[in-house]
Design a protein around this ligand. Structure first.
Ligand code: CTP
Length: 413
């Protein structure tokens, strides 16, 4: 069984000035019922639709709506810093624009600037506004920055209109919030170390040997493990920003040697290790201290083997630890991966046929076969997130099996 988390999760519930603000009351109540600590923050105009008293009565602490409350000098930083998640429901077009522009002219927008917690916005507005390019571009900007969105639904709108723009159902919003908090996740209380991306082995100060790995599958594994409640360490060669998350630590590395060192540290605490990285098999024996130029003639590059990180991790496996390898193959992928699973001593080997269309390097999609001890599971072409879900389903099954074996040993002794 996953260890239960001790501190209840803190959610700042932002409410902005939309007709559907009344539904935020239901969101608040359901989150509190689910054991979440809810701190409501209403924009001044939201108060035209709903009252502070209602939220204060239902939430875990009094609702706030002003930056200049006499009782607290700087409420936005304490709210922002202590939040595990900020959810804005409903989020009006005006609020989304102010948030995307980085404005801080009310308590809620200032809190969003002062937080490193993940953010979920739930827009609600009339169809014409929702479909306006300005709103859509604002939203695309926020999504690019890692903000999660529960899109509006189709249905009855204010003033008798119908169309898309209605705030999503409170139950759906709460399900997404709990998913992001990991409170209901099957990896809650577990530590997962994931490696991602292709390593870079330097030749000289400006050149390196590398491969075509984009790191997308490894990053998707980290994101899904977070959503399922895990504490995640992502050891990655990929420079593109990873959305901040209170349960995520990111270690940037370049070479196989750096990745080996980082994974050795992370694996000491990990319940699960996933080596999704494409580790270079060879590296130059000598790294030139200065840039090689044509005047030096054609260089003869002598290569040596890099450490097999996965083998090292298996050799130092902690009791009950689940270890997953990845293999990108072009010839007889499943047969080769079966042999690789055995020889590397991992629990699962996930193989993709990188010769197939839409599979592997740089695609957003993937198709894999998960090789287990006594069975295989095929995951046909789908998103890298869905592949991550399938891999982690198998991981959870193995963790539960190992826990069961532990319990049985405990009862015997
Ligand atoms: N791997 C590793 N260290 C290496 C090479 C690979 O940890 N030096 C890991 C990869 O992250 C992956 C698994 O081993 O999880 C299989 O990688 P792959 O390159 O297919 O294995 P190799 O043993 O290098 O086999 P091949 O000769 O087919 O490349």
């Amino acid at each position: 069984m996953a260890a239960s988390e001790t501190r209840s999760k803190r959610v700042v519930l932002g409410v902005t000035a939309g007709i559907s603000a009344y539904k935020a009351i239901e969101v608040c109540r359901r989150l509190v019922d689910a054991g979440v600590h809810v701190a409501p923050v209403l924009t001044p105009d939201a108060l035209r639709f709903v009252g502070v008293a209602t939220f204060s009565a239902l939430a875990s602490e009094p609702a706030q709506s002003t930056l200049f409350d006499a009782s607290q000098a700087i409420p936005h930083t304490s709210l922002g810093q202590s939040a595990d998640l900020v959810v804005v429901a409903p989020a009006t077009a005006d609020f989304l624009a102010r948030y995307a522009a980085g404005m801080a002219n009310d308590l809620l927008s200032a809190t969003l600037l002062a937080t490193r917690a993940p953010v979920l916005v739930c827009p609600a507005m009339h169809t014409e506004m929702w479909e306006h390019p300005s709103v859509q571009e604002t939203l695309a900007t926020l999504v690019r920055r890692g903000v999660a969105v529960v899109p509006p639904e189709e249905g009855a709108l204010a003033a008798g209109d119908r169309g898309i723009g209605r705030l999503a159902d409170p139950a759906s919003i709460v399900a997404v919030v709990l998913g992001m908090l990991g409170s209901n996740g099957d990896l809650a209380g577990r530590r997962v170390a994931v490696s991602a991306g292709g390593t870079r082995e330097p030749l000289d100060p400006v050149r390196h040997l590398s491969n075509r790995s984009s790191g997308k599958q490894g990053h998707a594994l980290a994101a899904v493990a977070l959503r399922r409640g895990a504490e995640v360490a992502l050891v990655t060669t990929v420079g593109t920003p990873v959305p901040a998350h209170p349960r995520l630590s990111v270690v940037r590395v370049d070479t196989a040697a750096e990745m080996e060192a980082a994974m050795a540290i992370e694996s000491e605490k990990a319940d699960v290790i996933v080596m999704a990285a494409a580790v270079a098999d060879f590296r130059p024996v000598h790294v030139a201290g200065r840039k090689l130029t044509k005047d030096d003639g054609i260089p003869e590059i002598v290569l040596e083997q890099t450490p097999d990180i996965l083998r090292g991790l298996v050799a130092h496996r902690r009791p009950g630890q689940v270890i997953v390898g990845f293999a990108a193959e072009t010839d007889e992928p499943v047969a080769r991966a079966r042999r690789k699973r055995e020889s590397k001593g991992v629990d699962l080997m996930v193989v993709n046929d990188v010769g197939a269309p839409g599979v592997g390097f740089d695609h957003d999609t993937n198709a894999v076969t998960i090789i287990k001890e006594s069975a295989e599971r095929e995951v046909p072409l789908t998103s890298k997130e869905a592949v991550a879900e399938a891999v982690l389903d198998e991981v959870v099954e193995l963790l539960d099996r190992n826990d069961g074996a532990d319990r049985a040993r405990g009862e015997d002794s």
